[in-house]
Design a protein around this ligand. Structure first.
Ligand code: RB5
Length: 152
């Protein structure tokens, strides 16, 4: 299992404060953090940031992605259009851990208008520290990954 070293992180204007706090939190956990924007509260378009982070995660097997917008939903929908990305909106630690252990999720999305910062921190921690279990779950993730190829 590749060791997770780098975390690519981004947000839109609705989630700037949460993204900044989580970036700091993740740095303190010992990960290398790459903040891909946005950097101001000026209104912007979440698909831009979702694509940016998803392409970095796709090209770096030692990484995971964290995306923040108002609900997390737009970021998730956009991220799942990128080849090799398995993204999920998260708001609880159980789903966060299982999304890694069973689904090998590589991007987690958060709604800054849905959950508070302390919940976000505990969910991020559960996501980053859980490991994919492989075995029967590998077969199912391979089936999902084959959908990418079916589009060629
Ligand atoms: C921006 O108003 C909002 O639509 C966006 O942050 C996000 O919630 C989209 O899914």
């Amino acid at each position: 299992m590749p060791e997770i070293k780098r975390i690519y992180i981004a947000c839109d204007h609705a989630a700037l404060g949460m993204k900044n706090e989580i970036a700091q939190y993740v740095k303190e956990m010992g990960y290398e953090v790459s903040d891909e924007g946005t950097y101001t509260e000026e209104s912007t378009d979440y698909p831009v940031y979702s694509k940016k982070v998803s392409e970095k995660v796709r090209d770096d097997e030692n990484s995971l992605g964290l995306l923040f917008c108002g609900t997390g939903i737009g970021m998730e929908i956009a991220a799942n259009k990128i080849r090799g990305i398995r993204a999920t909106v998260l708001s609880d630690t159980y789903s966060a851990a299982l999304s890694r252990k069973h689904n090998n999720a590589n991007v987690a999305c958060f709604g800054a208008r849905v959950i508070g910062i302390e919940t976000a921190k505990s969910v991020v921690k559960a996501f980053l520290t859980a490991e994919f279990e492989g075995g029967r779950h590998q077969r199912r993730v391979d089936m999902i990954n084959a959908f990418d190829k079916a589009d060629d």
